[in-house]
Design a protein around this ligand. Structure first.
Ligand SMILES: Nc1ncnc2c1ncn2[C@@H]1O[C@H](COP(=O)(O)OP(=O)(O)O)[C@@H](O)[C@H]1O
Ligand SMILES: [Mg+2]
Length: 446
């Protein structure tokens, strides 16, 4: 049996009135593999623990197969959890660890056959008689998976199960988890802060920021049609280039987006997407260029829809199969807060005098602490005392382009860059996507 899990406007408030999960709604279908993705501290584990019944739901509803489930005890939910730190009983062998939940469920029965079948499935038959201290990290995590699987639960809840493993093993186990959960056809909610892991595993990916759901979509759609700059910047490597631009749409000339010292001239007739920019005339926007939208080539080689920028080589990252070249194009990058670290503590909200009830004041405070803007056009150095360096001065270049290792570039060279305007992302001042227009997956149309 596999189950549907729905969250309706679910919020979580720990002490002090801060909402760490804020009105989250999600419908997870039976058998679906859903990944909860977001930076550390954004509330992923809290969501998973609320689904598991390990954490109380402050507001909203959890539905399990359509039935109200908020108050069900964890044991009544028939779900198995796998944690980052493996959580095996140190004084039990692999066999006993895997069999333990089965013995709890039906004390009289012998779990032996189930344990053996699970071990075969995971290829860990020869580890069954070892204690956790005699297992490597990857082996321990396999045993922990075995313990989750042996119960034949109706859902798996996995909280960063691969984070403590080295990269090679992580990739290997990632593929195993994918294969296994698909074979079993069991609904899986998988938490990670690693976007590559999310993209490779998920049927859908739910992106969280500061407890607020930003977008839930297929991996392909979150990459190609990110709803806002946060999602765009969180997903994809190298990270999308986000530059501050200004739209100029004169009545009698071509529409351009200026990027500091240079500009992108939008080809006429304007595409449907670019027409959406007309209303932004005179406004600041954020231009998003993924590395596949820019190539290093002579202007003469430009294809229709490509325009030329010039970049000054500032830094090169050799990666073996490719080189990431950091260019200075004289534009200013947009700063997207909260991408990696937990949100920095915000300044406390100034206390008002005796206005409203304690509850409304608590709520105001919670709202003030909530996610904050997804983009900052004024970087923190502009706004606060005590800030040290402006982000620009620390970034090597403002445009990162991927190229083959055989290309000969040197520091300080001026290089022509061809920008494919069909792959242009434009976000408004609040960081919401304008181009491409909704309902269009640009790379599906080629
Ligand atoms: N038991 C708790 N009491 C108070 N605050 C908590 C508790 N658990 C988590 N938090 C806070 O809730 C926020 C979200 O935490 P968590 O769900 O663990 O995030 P993630 O798993 O995305 O890293 C964090 O700010 C964290 O400090
Ligand atoms: Mg966590």
């Amino acid at each position: 049996m596999t189950r549907a899990i729905s969250l309706h406007d679910v919020s979580k408030t720990y002490l002090k009135g801060v909402r760490v999960v804020d009105r989250l709604s999600l419908d997870i279908s039976p058998g679906e593999f859903l990944v909860l993705l977001g930076p550390s501290g954004c509330g992923k584990s809290t969501v998973l623990r609320m689904i598991a019944g390990l954490e109380e739901i402050t507001e909203g509803q959890l539905l399990l197969d359509g039935e109200y489930g908020n108050d069900l005890p964890p044991s009544g939910r028939d779900m198995a959890m796998v944690f980052q730190n493996f959580a095996l009983y140190p004084n039990m062998t692999g066999r006993d660890n895997i069999g333990f939940p089965l013995r709890i469920e039906s004390p009289g029965a012998d779990p032996g056959r189930r344990v053996d079948a699970t071990a075969r499935m995971l290829g860990i038959e020869d580890l069954l008689d070892r204690f956790p201290s005699q297992l490597s990290g990857g082996e321990r995590q396999r045993v922990a998976m075995g313990r989750a699987i042996a119960r034949h639960p109706s859902a798996f809840l996995m909280d960063e199960p691969l984070s403590n493993l080295d990269a090679k093993l992580r990739n290997h186990l990632r593929a195993e988890i994918s294969k296994l959960t698909r074979e079993l056809g069991v609904t899986t909610v998988y938490v990670t802060h690693d976007q590559a892991e999310a993209m490779s595993l998920g049927d859908r990916v739910a992106v969280l920021r500061g407890g607020v759901l930003q977008q839930v979509d297929t991996p392909r759609a979150v990459y190609a049609l990110p709803r806002n700059v946060f999602v765009a910047a969180f997903i994809g490597t190298p990270r999308i280039n986000l530059l501050r631009g200004l739209v100029r749409a004169p009545l009698d000339g071509a529409m351009t987006i200026s990027l500091g010292k240079q500009f992108l001239r939008l080809p006429e007739p304007l595409s449907l997407d670019h027409q959406l920019l007309r209303v932004q005339q005179g406004r600041e926007v954020i231009v998003g260029l993924r590395s596949e939208a820019v190539r290093i080539a002579e202007p003469a080689a430009a294809r229709p829809g490509e325009v030329v920028l010039t970049g000054l080589v500032e830094h090169m990252e050799f990666q073996g199969h490719e080189v990431l070249v950091h260019f200075n194009t004289g534009s200013r990058p947009a700063v997207v807060p909260d991408l990696e670290a937990p949100r920095p503590a915000r300044r406390p909200v100034r206390r008002r005098r005796r206005e409203g009830t304690v509850l409304t004041r608590l709520k105001e405070r919670a709202d003030a602490l909530r996610a904050g803007p997804v983009v900052m056009l004024e970087h923190p150095a502009d706004t606060g005392p005590g800030a040290v360096a402006a982000p620009e001065s620390r970034l090597p270049g403002d445009l990162v382009v991927r190229t083959t290792p055989d290309i000969r570039l040197q520091h300080g060279m001026q290089v022509p860059l061809l920008v494919d305007l069909a792959r242009l992302f434009v976000f408004d001042q609040h960081g919401e996507r304008i181009c491409p227009a909704p309902d269009r997956l640009p790379d599906l149309e080629e």
